[in-house]
Design a protein around this ligand. Sequence first.
Ligand SMILES: Nc1ncnc2c1ncn2[C@@H]1O[C@H](COP(=O)(O)OP(=O)(O)OP(=O)(O)O)[C@@H](O)[C@H]1O
Ligand SMILES: [Mg+2]
Length: 241
Amino acid sequence: MNAVEGRGLRKRYGELVAVDGIDFDVRERECFGFLGPNGAGKTTTMKMIYGLASVEEGSLRVLGMDASRERRAIKSRIGVVPQTTNLDWELSARENLEMQARYHGLPADGRVEDLLRMARLERRGDSKPRELSGGMQRRLLIARALVNEPDLIVLDEPATGLDPQARLAVWATLDQLKRSGVTLILTTHYMEEAERICDRLAIMDDGRIVSEGSPAELRERHGQDTLEGVFLEITGRSLRE
Ligand SMILES: Nc1ncnc2c1ncn2[C@@H]1O[C@H](COP(=O)(O)OP(=O)(O)OP(=O)(O)O)[C@@H](O)[C@H]1O
Ligand SMILES: [Mg+2]
């Protein structure tokens, strides 16, 4: 079984077609990436997967369930790291994790301390998000996504806006998660992230998937040494605007 299957998936906002009929499969236990420039439709696709945006057309199955009809059941089995931080600013790091445990109807106790340790925030449990660095906030968001021991973790630009060192720390966490056997889906602008972390990629542009495969397959298929070159070859544009 695939972890996620999208068929003819489409989403409009008024006149604007954000996702224009895409087909993709995310295999179990792989790290699948959506790579593309601003406005390509990556976040919209992710939101349909984690149930924040409705599926307008086509079909989307997540962990064997229908994304339109079984949102609640899907939410209990996935972890989400959204593109914009949605931590509760009034609560401490620890309380943010406890709140998520309550949301899932799970006991907080040991789980929360384990996750603080995993995020290397064991000494910052009492800090409010605003007192944490950007990298620490991102690690807290990832920890929060793990509270329900999800089978699938969806991360929208997990490393964007971080300094190189914080980015490496996030990538190390993602490597660790991959080894633990969960399925990961992430979006990124970073070639290096796509190349290092993703087993397979869908390159998106203007609401469509323009090429798909492992980083090596994509480079070979398009006769390029780098993913940046692949993107340029396909779209005639640079991924970095
Ligand atoms: N809630 C919304 N209402 C109206 N238009 C939207 C909404 N969300 C996204 N869009 C539009 O849909 C298109 C795709 O946006 P989306 O956020 O999916 O892109 P993205 O690939 O995630 O971009 P970025 O790399 O900047 O995060 C854009 O043109 C955007 O303006
Ligand atoms: Mg986005």
